[in-house]
Structures are given as C-alpha cells and as structure tokens.
Design a protein around this ligand. Structure first.
Ligand code: ADP
Ligand code: MG
Length: 159
C-alpha cells in the first residue's frame, strides 16, 4: 500500500491511524534515510496508542518505552550494528509483552527481525512529499494493515 504525504502533520496522522489499528503484539519496522520521517511517524503512532508523553528519537539509548492504551517500545538500531547478539534475548521479551514495537533502522541488526511484521519504507521526495510504502507479513499484521487501509480509504458517500 502506497500513501503519499505532504507535511509532517500528514505523516503523523497516518501513524496515528496505524496506532489505532494496533491491538498489541505488532512489530513495525521503519525503513528510510536520516530525516525521512521515521520518528515523526512514530510520534503519530504513539498518539494512536493513547500515549500523551512526547516521543523523541531513541538513537542514543537504543530503546524508549511509553505507556498508553498499551506500551510502545520505540527502538532505533542505528548504533547497534555488529552488537545485535547482546540485545537478542531482551528484544524477544518485548515482542512477547503484548505492546507495540517500533524499530527504526531494522537493517542495522537484521538478525533481530521477527518472522511477522509491518514494514514501512519512507522515501523523501521533492519538497515535503514523502512516499510511505506499507507491507504486512503474517496474519496479525495483515489484519492491522487491513484496518489501516479501511480507515484511510474514504467510504462511498464521503467523497
Ligand atoms: P527520521 O527519524 O527518519 O530520521 P525525523 O522524523 O526525525 O526523521 O525527521 C523528519 C524531518 O522531515 C522532520 O524535520 C520533519 O518536520 C520533516 N518533514 C518534512 N516533510 C515531512 C513529511 N511529509 N513527513 C514527515 N516528515 C517531514
Ligand atoms: Mg529517527
């Protein structure tokens, strides 16, 4: 699914709707260059999870936890390259905890990637345009993506 946004607010809104579509246990991999909008997207997702605390980049501490309707574990693997094994066990426990895990720079520790996930690639285009490509692997994540698609697709009569 391709979503095109034209401002940080629009990207946050897509994140918020995905947050509302999450029921717990989802893993969201966020791919994209520096400044693409991964943290911006996560800020909206947190709102959709009922989190009021502002979300800031976890780059320097690897993971920040927030409490809302369910916990959000916000990871940034940017500085993990080559050290993945050290956090292996801990990370799997987060996945079992029933919260939502968001991972920026998942490609920096590919050995930690779970089998099922929502993969989101954010691509910077001209001006403030971002192409946000969303794919889901596994039943739980396909269901969440289906709820996102339904929420973003105008119903007949609303156009
Ligand atoms: P990342 O976490 O991918 O490094 P950030 O979310 O921290 O990126 O930063 C994205 C930057 O791009 C912010 O300064 C934001 O205001 C800006 N921006 C401009 N247009 C958009 C857009 N359409 N979506 C998201 N961010 C945007
Ligand atoms: Mg970031």
């Amino acid at each position: 699914m391709l979503i095109i946004t034209f401002s940080p607010e629009e990207t946050r809104e897509v994140g918020r709707v995905l947050g509302e579509a999450c029921h717990g246990g989802e893993v969201i991999l966020l791919e994209g260059d520096l400044g693409a909008g991964k943290t911006t997207f996560t800020q909206g997702l947190a709102v959709g999870l009922g989190i009021v605390e502002p979300v800031v980049s976890p780059t320097f501490i690897v993971m920040r936890e927030y409490d809302g309707r369910m916990p959000l574990y916000h990871f940034d693997f940017y500085r993990l390259e080559g050290t993945g094994r050290a956090v292996d066990l801990e990370f799997e426990e987060y996945l079992l905890g029933g919260g939502v895990c968001v991972i920026e720079w998942p490609s920096c520790a590919p050995e930690l990637a779970p089998d099922d996930y929502i993969h989101i690639a954010i691509e910077e285009k001209a001006g403030m345009q971002r192409n946000v490509t969303v794919e889901a692997v596994g039943e739980r994540h396909r269901t969440a993506l289906g709820r996102l698609r339904a929420a973003l697709t105008p119903q007949d009569g609303q156009l």
